[in-house]
Ligand binder design. Structure first.
Ligand code: AMP
Length: 236
């Protein structure tokens, strides 16, 4: 589902469900965006679904954006991203990764060794789609009870699928000016929630996927085509 207001994107969501639950899921998606004047829902049939465990979750809070960003870079380095490349990714999100200015619809693909951008279309980037939780309601309740938000539910699904598809490390913060928590994720560190990765009021956000350029085609195909269901509850 994607929704916009006055041509500006306001909400997007992905679901993976059995056919019998389609009416319920469609109602949820219709109710999800706040104010909008355009909403589009696309339905695809998927033949093969891979199940996987969610990444382990940890959370870190800092007194300033600077400290939080420094920590994010150190975790990217721990995940195997050279410091210069991690800093380049961070700067890109700070300034807005869309070459025309502002946000992209999808993620930046960055070569983990050289820091070169690899997306075909750098205004759009690549989008991770076709992922969901096997027991979405149960996991939502579990996360909300522990002080996480619905955003964590979706972001953890994106980050887990990314790792499964060969993304070696990811850095993300939202473009929502009121949501300042972001994360980094990798096979080694799991999903590391970091607060605050930007100042309140800042409308810029995005995602950087650090990958090996030799695997570009394979990784993009997996991100865009493979259907992935997350099994069980997240652990820390
Ligand atoms: P959000 O966390 O939804 O506020 O998204 C933050 C940024 O991440 C957006 O501005 C997009 O650039 C990017 N993004 C959002 N959803 C996806 C996705 N499914 N796959 C790749 N990038 C995304």
């Amino acid at each position: 589902m994607r929704a916009s207001l006055g041509g500006k994107h306001v909400s997007g969501a992905e679901r993976l469900t059995e056919e019998e639950f389609l009416p319920r899921v469609l109602c949820e998606l219709l109710r999800r965006p706040g104010e909008h004047d355009f909403l589009k829902i696309t339905i695809d049939r998927v033949e093969e679904v891979i199940e996987t465990e969610p990444l382990k979750v940890s959370s870190f809070n800092f007194g300033s954006v600077e400290e939080a960003r420094r920590f994010a870079v150190s975790k990217l380095v721990e995940a195997g991203v050279p410091k210069e490349v991690a800093l380049k990714g961070l700067r890109l999100l700070v300034q807005g990764a869309n070459p025309k200015g502002g946000n992209m619809r999808g993620a930046v693909l960055m070569d983990i060794r050289s820091g070169e951008r690899l997306e075909n279309d750098p205004e759009r980037g690549v989008r991770t789609v076709r992922m969901d939780w096997k027991e979405r309601d149960r996991v939502r309740k579990f996360l909300l009870e522990r002080g996480f938000t619905e955003r964590t539910l979706d972001a953890l699904a994106v980050a887990t699928k990314n790792v499964l598809c060969g993304v070696l490390a990811e850095l993300c913060w939202s473009d929502d000016p009121d949501y300042t928590t972001g994360y980094m994720a990798s096979p080694k560190t799991g999903y590391v929630r970091i607060h605050p990765l930007k100042e309140r009021g800042d409308e810029l956000g995005g995602r950087i996927y650090f990958i090996e350029s030799e695997r570009l085609e394979e990784v993009v195909k997996c991100l865009e085509r493979r259907a992935v269901l997350l099994r069980g509850l997240p652990s820390s």
